[in-house]
Design a protein around this ligand. Structure first.
Ligand SMILES: NC(=O)c1ccc[n+]([C@@H]2O[C@H](COP(=O)([O-])OP(=O)(O)OC[C@H]3O[C@@H](n4cnc5c(N)ncnc54)[C@H](OP(=O)(O)O)[C@@H]3O)[C@@H](O)[C@H]2O)c1
Length: 273
C-alpha cells in the first residue's frame, strides 16, 4: 500500500538540499507530509533530513521527468509542490554575457516551469493540489546589479498570476512567496560578473556588498518554512505573500504605493548609487 493510500499528504520540494528548500522540506515532513526533496547534490549521509532525497536538476527536462516517475512509482497522488530551486547571477546588465542571463532563467524561471508542468497532469487528474513558487522581493523591486536575477523573479510573478486562472477550475491553487533576506547558501553560490577594468565595478562592489551583508544578516530559513507550512494548510490561497525582515516587506509595500521617482531616490540612497 502506498504512503498516500495510508492517508498521508505528499509534497515535492525543489531546492531541498540547502537553505529555504531544506528548511521547508524538513518542516513539512515534521507536519506529517511524505516529502520528496530534490537538488543536484547527493544526500549527505550525515544529513539529518527527515525527507526522501531525490536527485533532480531543474534545468534538465529528463531529470525532472525521472523525479516525477520516481514519486509516482511510490505514491498515488501529490498534494503540494514547492519550487525553491534557484540561484543568483550578479553583474551589470551590459557586462553580463547573454549566456549567463539565459542560465539564470534556466534555473529560476524555466526550472519552475518544468517542475510545475511535469506535476500538473497528476494534480489535474486528482482535481486538487497546491503549488507554492519561491519568488523574491527582487521580483517586485529591480535590484541594482542583479538585473537578470530580478528579471527571472519578475517573470515568475507573471507566471503565477496567469496560471492561477488556468488551474483553479481543476481545484489547484498557486501562490508566489516573496522572501526578503534569509541566511542561506545563496550568497556563497552567487555568480559575480565584474571585470577588473569595468566602469561599473566600484558601484557594483558597493551595492552588492550592501546586499550581501543584508543576506548574511538575514533571518533563519525556518521562519519562512513556518509560514509556508501554514500556507500549505490554509484554505485561503492568496496570489502572493512576502516573508522576511520588516524593512524589506515595507520596501515591497512602498514600491507599490510610492511614486516611481521617489522610490528610486530611496533605493539610490540605500545602495549608495
Ligand atoms: N536567501 C535569500 O535571502 C533569498 C531571498 C529571496 C529569494 N530567495 C530564493 O529562495 C530560493 C532558495 O534559495 P536559498 O536562499 O535557499 O539558496 P541556497 O541555500 O543556495 O539553496 C538553493 C537550492 O537550489 C538548488 N538548485 C540550484 N540550482 C539547481 C538546479 N539546476 N536544479 C535543482 N536544484 C537546484 C540547490 O541545490 P543543488 O545545488 O543541490 O542543486 C539548493 O538546494 C531561490 O529561488 C532564491 O532565489 C532566497
Amino acid at each position: 500500500m502506498s504512503n498516500s493510500q495510508l492517508g498521508r499528504k505528499v509534497a515535492f520540494v525543489t531546492g531541498a538540499t540547502s537553505g529555504l528548500g531544506y528548511a521547508i522540506a524538513n518542516r513539512l515532513a515534521s507536519e506529517g507530509f511524505i516529502v520528496y526533496g530534490g537538488g543536484r547534490r547527493q544526500a549527505n549521509s550525515s544529513d539529518e533530513a527527515s525527507f526522501i532525497h531525490i536527485s533532480v536538476d531543474v534545468t534538465n527536462e529528463e531529470s525532472v521527468q525521472r523525479a516525477k516517475d520516481f514519486i509516482f512509482s511510490r505514491e498515488d497522488h501529490l498534494d503540494l509542490i514547492v519550487c525553491a530551486a534557484g540561484n543568483g547571477v550578479s553583474g551589470s546588465i551590459e557586462e553580463t554575457p547573454i549566456e549567463d542571463a539565459k542560465a539564470q532563467f534556466e534555473v529560476n524561471f524555466y526550472g519552475v516551469a518544468r517542475a510545475v508542468k511535469a506535476m500538473l497532469p497528476a494534480m489535474r487528474a486528482q482535481n486538487s493540489g497546491k503549488i507554492i513558487i519561491i519568488g523574491s522581493a527582487a521580483g517586485k523591486i529591480g535590484m541594482p546589479f542583479q538585473g537578470y536575477y530580478s528579471a527571472s523573479k519578475f517573470a515568475l510573478e507573471g507566471f503565477v498570476e496567469s496560471i492561477r486562472y488556468e488551474v483553479r477550475p481543476f481545484g489547484i491553487e498557486v501562490c508566489i512567496v516573496e522572501p526578503g533576506d534569509f541566511k542561506t547558501g545563496f550568497t556563497a553560490a552567487r555568480k559575480k560578473i565584474s571585470p577588473q577594468n569595468s566602469p561599473y565595478r566600484e558601484k557594483m562592489l558597493t551595492a552588492l556588498g550592501i546586499q550581501e551583508r543584508d543576506e548574511m544578516h538575514g533571518i533563519d530559513p525556518m521562519v519562512a518554512a513556518e509560514r509556508i507550512v501554514k500556507l500549505a494548510a490554509s484554505r485561503k490561497f492568496p496570489i502572493r505573500i512576502s516573508v522576511g525582515p520588516l524593512f524589506e516587506r515595507f520596501a515591497i509595500w512602498a514600491r507599490r504605493f510610492l511614486p516611481d521617482a521617489l522610490f528610486e531616490v530611496f533605493y539610490r540612497m540605500n545602495y549608495k548609487l
